[in-house]
Design a protein around this ligand. Sequence first.
Ligand SMILES: [Zn+2]
Length: 314
Amino acid sequence: MASYLGVMIHVVHHPAYVTEAPARSTYRWGKNGAIRDLLRGQGDVIAWTEPALIPPVWLEAVHDPDYVAEVLEARVPPEKTRRIGFPITEQVAHRARAVPGGTSTAAMLAIEHGFAANTAGGSHHALANTGAGYCIFNDLAVAAVRLVEEGTVGRIAIVDCDVHQGDGTAALTAGRTDIVTYSIHAEKNFPARKARSTLDVGLPDGVDDDGYLEQLATTLIPFLDEHAPDLILYQAGVDPFAGDRLGRLAVSEAGLVARDTLIADLALARNLPLASTVGGGYGDDVMAIAERHVAAILTLGQKLSARNRLPLGA
Ligand SMILES: [Zn+2]
């Protein structure tokens, strides 16, 4: 088996992630299928898990039950679907239950194996009573609340490196001491009105690799040391990329890999399990965006899953 010789990277994927775009969608829907296909091309280095749909009770633990019902019954009113960016069909509602299930499952696999990636998720703009910015349910907040309330871990850090602030995640976990939130983002980007994360790092437009990595290291290291989490949920959005249609920063592809290497090293040094989600990544070339997401998964997975490598001679 390949896993005896190298690294086995745990990846969570649900068939419902790959859906047809609903009519009037402004979001590109092909990304999750492209990510799956690129990871399939890695062969048996990848260990696949199909998650269960999230039980509605865990959606209701962070979202307004009326909003949960609107989504699950595919009757979200137009003022909310405009804010989300696409209509909620039955198929989209099914996907919206699969994604937080996937982030929960990735977290459980990370606890067992050091690392796991969800091939979707990172829906950090979803708020208590509405979705927003292409996000329906906040899988990060839902998974984190479930893990601490079930007693699986004591404290979780949600580390959000998407170029947009994790405003929904901050709002949905505000006031908790068992979930802490870190967001590094372009200050002038969406959302116009920011929420307050445990720690926000707002960057000026046009920050390059050196500036980005320096800001990340000098803020995230003390954040992790101060809060001493038992698990990291990592929103690995690739929209800080210089060519991103909705970014405002100037991070290169090598810079993104350096970012994910730094995140992995920080988790490794603290012996912290880490579960990653995807996140933003926008532009016309869906395959190029998927490749950036897969680079993040492989960078994190190769570093963090190495803890499971059998010692020589075992
Ligand atoms: Zn984003």
